[in-house]
Each structure stands twice: as C-alpha cells, then as structure tokens.
Design a protein around this ligand. Sequence first.
Ligand SMILES: [Zn+2]
Ligand SMILES: [Zn+2]
Length: 358
Amino acid sequence: MKTKKHLRQAGGAVRYGTTRTRSDLFELLPDEIVITILSKLSSTASSPSDFVAVVVTCKRLNKLGVHPLVLSNAGTGTLAVGAKNWSDEAHRFLKWCVNAGNKEAYYTLGMIRFYCLQNRGSGASLMAKAAIKSHAPALYSLALIQFNGSGGTKSDKDLRAAVALCARAAYLGHVDALRELGHCLQDGYGVRKDVEEGRRLLVQANACELASILRAFNNTPSPSTASPSSAQRPNSGLRSLKDYRCDLPEKKLHPANRFLIEWFGLRGGVPGAGLRMCSDWRCGRPETRKNEFRRCSGCGMVNYCSRGCQAHDWRVHHKLECAPMEEWNHAIDDVEEEQEVAEDLTEEIEGDDDGIHV
Ligand SMILES: [Zn+2]
Ligand SMILES: [Zn+2]
C-alpha cells in the first residue's frame, strides 16, 4: 500500500508502460540512499541550475532535495547564485542552506548581505559563524572588515583583532591572509614588529602562490603542448609558463567574490555616492564609507581593500600602467610644450606662406 501511494506521488512518469519498472525501482529505494545520492550531487554540482534541474524532476526528489543533510553538503558550485538572477527564491535557498549549517552558505550569504544588501550586522554575524567553523575566506574577510573598519567609522578599526583573524586564516592556508600578515609583521601594524618573520611569511606566500599556479597550469591544456613542435621538447609545461607569463591561469574566483563583482558591475561599478570599488578585478569589495580603501602611493589612481589585493593587482596588471603623478605632470608639461612649439611652427609656416604669396 505504501508503495502504491508513493507511485501516485511520483507523478506522470509512472503512467507510461516503458518507465513503470524504472519508477517502481526508484520508489523502492530507501530515502537514505536517495539522500546520499542527492548529497553527492549537491556537493559536486557545478551550478545551482544543475542541482535544481534534478530536484524538480518529481515530488520525491523535490522533498528530499531540501533535506538538511543534502543542503549542509552543498558545495560552492551549487551555492554560486548569480547576481543577475538574484531573487527571493535564491535568497530563500541560501537561507535553507544556512539553516542546515552549511559553512559555505554562511560565508556566501554573509558577504552578499554585508556588502550588497548593506545589512552589515546580519552579514558579519553569518561570516562569523563560518569563521567559527574554520572557513578561511570568512576569517580573512572578517579580518579585512576589522582592518578597514568597514560598515562603521575609521575609529571602528580593530587592528589586533584583524591580525588575529588573519593569522588563523593564514594557518589554514589562505595565501592573501599570509601575505597580509607578513606585511603587518614587517610594518608593526596591529602586531609587534618582526621584519625577519614578516619577510619569511611573504616568501612563503609567494611560494604557495607559485605552487598553486603551477598546479593549475599543469591541469590546463596549454597552447604549446598542442603544437607539434612542443611534443619534441621536454618540460614543455614549464617552458609554456615562461612563454605565457602574462597569461597565467588565475585562481578560481570564490562565488561570493563573483557575486559582488557582478552585482556592482550591474550598477555601473559605483557602490554609492563618492564610494569606490577595490581595483583588484577578482575582489569585488566596495568601500562602505568615503576613502576607506588605501590608494596606490605611486599614481594615486587605484584603490585597494587590502595589501593582498594590491600585491595581486600589481603583479598581474597595475605595474604595467602605474606612473607617479609627477611623471604625469611632466608628461602633460611635455605635451603642452610640444603643442606650443607646434603652434609656433604653424604660425611661422603660415607667416612664410603669407610672405611667399604676398
Ligand atoms: Zn580587494
Ligand atoms: Zn599606481
């Protein structure tokens, strides 16, 4: 009797002769097994739509798809809600995952609430819950909020708390946190100055980053390995790395950063009157008050939420375009001088012309 009831609930598929047996077998599967399969799916799906496409198939999957065990295992792909598709349903889905104790969901919804929806208290509290569960990006994000006094005034900065959060994130392998900590130790910023230890951490951060780039590079088919000539040479991967050093594979963006970038991109890259975005393209954090972020001391044209973003942007982009303001002033003076000379010459030529004609 129980099976017949489930068959009725399973919907249209059971009415067709050819699918009847398959549906029967599916209905005979215990809930625990279906939940295990759905948990595996939610932890590995590459996008929310991949997960949703399965759970909307029938009532049983729909019901078991929101089981706490399934939602607590949802991975970054399943939680990667796009800013373009932000809706009450998307918000509700993230809340369900939060209620199931999913630390990625704590962090993602925390970032969205703090920076995009400007619900600072709730956003920071969610990130703190992720941080308690040793979520490294959440620890690092909270450290930046403390370093910058985000969501408050300049006097709300708590450098000691920021360094402690950064140290915890660095211990868990977060490279930007490691770099930030290295700079703090070198400068004595929020912590007792230790230049030697700071330098050691910066070298370690560079080594970790290089290792992750090499790992990503070795997993990425390179143009040269596909070319006939490269097949004959050994270590072509390393040679490609050298050849394409301006086009190294980037670390995969966290969905929370991708959401922020997309959210503020849709608003013209302006988070509010007089507020600026972090100039590192992979960050997406906006200022929460005027002049919150540090400026590039070279050109004064770009702003960063952290040294991690500054160091990254410098390596991949800004060093090619940064020029001190004095140089710009000289360049402007040179152009003006050239224009003046050109105008003088034009006058002379015109004068000569007049002379010739007269
Ligand atoms: Zn940033
Ligand atoms: Zn600059």
